[in-house]
Write a protein that binds this ligand. Structure first.
Ligand SMILES: *Cc1c(COP(=O)(O)O)cnc(C)c1O
Length: 388
């Protein structure tokens, strides 16, 4: 088909042309004396995105899923108890990963559409007088439901309980897009990946660890090899990696960091909020609901609930086959009940209006009772009145 196909899935996201160009280069010698000139500034600049001065950032040739494993297996001991709230598919998968690795996983179910219940967490931590819970696993942005949890609130709950557990946050679909403050929130392990807010292809786990987490490595008895943070830190110190890095990925990351830091991280957050708000207004104008309950709305992805007599999968297939746009599917418990619009990364008003219009056409084609143009009109009004 002629024209461009657009990704409105919450990852992989659209890669800016400058990033693609930066990656298109000959292979190079990763043991050369000049290689540290590439890696060291990247690791330093990542700290500005993770908002940490005290912590350290890392890039592993892997994906976000490996980030979960790296945090768990480097900073904890075999069989340790970890606490997780499950309110979507990614929290579910993280809990399952921890179980497979032999951890004692305490899973609390939360209604999909809500985030971490802070009062419950604080009470549970206070009850754990012997400090058996060694880590709290917190999904910052649950990509399957479009729910953002309050990670600063998780830190407050830990502090209110005087609990020493490590705090690991899954920021795969939040870091580099919406507010994430590793130091202010006392996050010990911050997990992200290359293909969402960082606007790159999949293939890098991008991570931040606090000094407390790095100290915990020294006493951990968990076996690890490829995913050893200690080995990575030792090589990174001199600007190298323990094994062959993806040099095109690092050049792409260099360019992506330049773009993000040039815009300014606070401006990046504000842009995502504004874009998301336009989508939410469109959904309201269609007379539909989003999966996230008030106070939990994500600024990177919106899950839209279809009426009970409709199947969201039909909207997604019509959108793809007829209009060349990719939407996110409903996963697991919400399969067929929601479709998702990813609005993170390299995104602006007019691109996103393409998604809103395409979704509207696909819903009309599937017999949805919506007024043609209503969502687009609501978003247009909002974007026009708030454009700078
Ligand atoms: C995408 C995503 C992951 C998984 O990342 P992969 O790169 O696919 O391994 C984990 N957590 C969240 C919240 C995500 O959005």
């Amino acid at each position: 088909m002629a024209g461009r196909s657009h990704l409105f899935i919450p990852g992989p996201t659209n890669t800016p042309h400058e990033v693609l160009s930066a990656m298109h280069l000959p292979m190079e010698d990763h043991r050369s004396p000049t290689f540290p000139n590439l890696l060291k500034p990247i690791l330093a600049d990542l700290k500005k995105i993770f908002r940490t001065e005290a912590g350290q950032c890392f890039v592993f040739p892997a994906t976000g899923t490996a980030g979960w494993e790296i945090a768990l297996t480097n900073c904890l001991n075999m069989g340790d108890k970890v606490l997780i709230y499950r309110f979507g598919q990614f929290g579910h998968l993280w809990a399952e990963a921890a179980k497979k690795l032999g951890f004692d996983v305490e899973v609390h179910q939360v209604e999909w559409g809500k985030g971490i219940p802070l009062d419950h967490l604080e009470a549970r931590l206070k009850e754990d007088k012997n400090h058996e819970i060694k880590a709290v696993l917190a999904t910052h942005n649950e990509t399957s439901t479009g729910v953002t949890s309050d990670i600063g609130g998780v830190r407050k709950a830990l502090d209110a309980a005087g609990h020493p557990a490590l705090l690991f946050a899954d920021g795969v679909s939040s870091i580099a897009s919406i507010e994430f403050r590793m130091d202010d929130w006392g996050v010990d392990g911050a997990i992200s990946g290359s293909q969402k807010g960082f606007m790159l292809p999949a293939g890098a786990a991008i991570l931040g660890f606090s000094q407390k987490a790095m100290a915990a490595i020294e006493t951990s008895n968990f076996p690890r090899s490829f995913f050893s943070l200690k080995d990575m830190a030792a090589s990174n110190k001199d600007g190298y990696t323990p094994y062959t890095p993806s040099t095109p990925m690092l050049h792409g990351l260099r360019k992506a960091l330049d773009i993000l830091l040039d815009e300014g991280i606070d401006n990046v957050y504000a842009r995502h909020h504004r874009l998301a708000e336009g989508v939410r207004r469109a959904v309201a104008a269609w007379g539909l609901k989003i999966c996230a309950q008030p106070g939990f709305e994500s600024d990177t992805v919106t899950a839209i609930v279809v009426p009970a007599d409709k199947d969201a999968r039909h909207v997604i297939s019509t959108a793809f086959n007829k209009y060349q746009i990719s939407l996110g599917a409903g996963l697991s418990e919400v399969a067929g009940k929601v479709f998702r619009i990813g609005h993170l990364g390299d995104m602006n008003d007019v691109s996103l209006l393409g998604a809103i219009a395409g979704v509207e056409m696909a819903m009309l084609d599937n017999g949805f009772d919506i007024k043609p143009g209503s969502g687009v009109a609501a978003a247009i009004e909002y974007y026009r009145s708030t454009a700078e």
